[in-house]
Design a protein around this ligand. Structure first.
Ligand code: PMP
Length: 405
């Protein structure tokens, strides 16, 4: 049993009033809040050992390098990567996908090749592939979904052929909460000799991720959704693939030797880490991942699932509400619309009562079109949320709908 009261104590931001009401933060799929340890890690870095990494021999530089590399090790453990060479520190999920689309895509995608994504992708797992397809004359194919928001696996299997080169699919949909069968998706991609990239932005805070068990070729996530800072993320890539990929950005750090005639590149993972990285936030990532490890992913998943079930039940009693995304395998995200009421107005009414939910298309415009809507209101849960907060949310939502009807 988790002691949510103790967990909440670790998050300073939660203890405030918004519009005269205690804050209920249900926008965790956009970004999660940060425990005090993570905030302190940032302050400690800037107050105690701010310095550039991998370059200096002096005390502060060594300390910063050590802390930076400790975070890489924490990330490796977090997703069970086989080696540190496979763990590249990025700005976030978006940069990770762009890195793969540019470095792997530019080298290995040719005219007539095919890239498969799904209907429920975030724009960051659509646009980089579209740009690549445009440049190369390749074709983008999209796995359809059913009305519950589940992937049509039969259609996917039929799409695969000898022209398929990349399959890029989200693990948990940020807009629907659907948990996709990514292990099977990867297995089928490999059968067709394609590589598979998994967008783990939403999965990393909620599920135990084991990239080796999944057999993912690439796996990306953002620190800020896992109780860590913004502007930092991880790209996992299999060593054999990363080795044959050309670099993405050129500059300092990613080189071994530079002459005007020729440059040789650094070893992995540094080949993909050009320039001074976001050191302070990278250092703090370790503390965020340790927070998750200490609470336990299974405990987090169980708690969030309880909140999801509880909130779903409560919302079924509210007139005019329709939940978008009713997959059997679902994480703690509830997207909903209310008949005749704009989602933006719902969000404003909830905010007036201290409740933070997300409204809009959630960077999934094609998915919204699939459901014939322009957007939804979305409540998404984290480990520090409580059933009492769900009660407040359901009560205020009901009132808002009565007022606006
Ligand atoms: N994919 C998914 C499923 C997401 O939820 C998000 C963030 N909303 C992203 C990708 C992009 O992540 P970031 O903005 O941190 O790069």
């Amino acid at each position: 049993m988790l002691d949510i009261h103790q967990i909440r104590k670790q998050f300073p931001i939660l203890h405030q009033e918004v519009n005269g009401k205690p804050l209920v933060y249900f926008d965790n799929a956009a970004t999660s809040q940060k425990p005090a340890h993570v905030i302190e890690a940032l302050t400690n870095y800037y107050q105690g050992y701010n310095s550039n990494v991998h370059r200096g021999v002096h005390h502060l530089a060594e300390k910063a390098t050590h802390a930076f590399e400790e975070s890489r090790e924490a990330a490796r453990r977090f997703i069970n990567a086989g080696s540190l060479e496979e763990v590249i520190i990025t700005k976030g999920t978006t940069e990770g996908i762009n890195l793969v689309a540019n470095a792997y895509g530019r080298a290995f995608i040719d005219e007539g090749d095919e890239i498969i994504i799904s209907t429920m992708e975030h724009h960051s797992n659509i646009v980089p592939w579209q740009m690549l397809c445009e440049e190369k004359g390749a074709k983008l194919k999209v796995i359809p979904i059913n009305d519950a928001g589940e992937l049509d696996m039969e259609a996917y299997e039929k799409m695969l052929n000898e022209r398929t080169k990349i399959v890029a699919v989200v693990y948990i949909s940020n807009a629907l909460g659907t948990i996709n069968p990514v292990k099977e998706i990867i297995r089928l991609a490999h059968k067709a000799k394609a590589v598979a990239l998994i967008d783990g932005a939403q999965a990393s805070p909620h599920l135990n991720v084991d990239v080796q068990d999944l057999d993912a070729d690439f796996f990306v996530f953002s620190a800020h959704k896992v109780y860590g800072p913004t502007g930092i993320g991880i790209l996992y890539g299999k060593k054999a693939i990363l080795e044959k990929m050309p670099p993405y950005l050129g500059g300092g750090e990613m080189i071994k030797e530079v002459t005007f005639e020729k440059t040789t590149y650094n070893d992995l993972p540094y080949k993909f880490e050009a320039g001074t990285p976001n050191i302070g936030d990278a250092v703090a990532l370790k503390y965020a991942l340790e927070f998750v490890e200490n609470v336990g992913k299974d405990n987090i998943a169980r708690h969030e699932y309880e909140l999801l079930t509880y909130a779903t039940e409560q919302m079924q009693d509210i007139p005019k509400i329709k939940i978008i995304g009713t997959a059997k395998e679902k994480a703690g995200v509830i997207s909903f619309v209310a008949e005749g009421i704009h989602h933006f107005d719902l969000g404003m009414m909830l905010d007036a009562n201290g409740i933070a939910v997300r409204t809009g298309n959630h960077c999934t415009m094609p998915l919204m079109s699939r459901f014939g809507i322009s957007g939804t209101a979305r409540a998404s849960f984290a480990v520090y949320n409580t059933k009492e907060e769900v009660d407040i949310f359901a009560k205020e939502l009901k009132k808002a709908i009565e007022v606006m009807s």
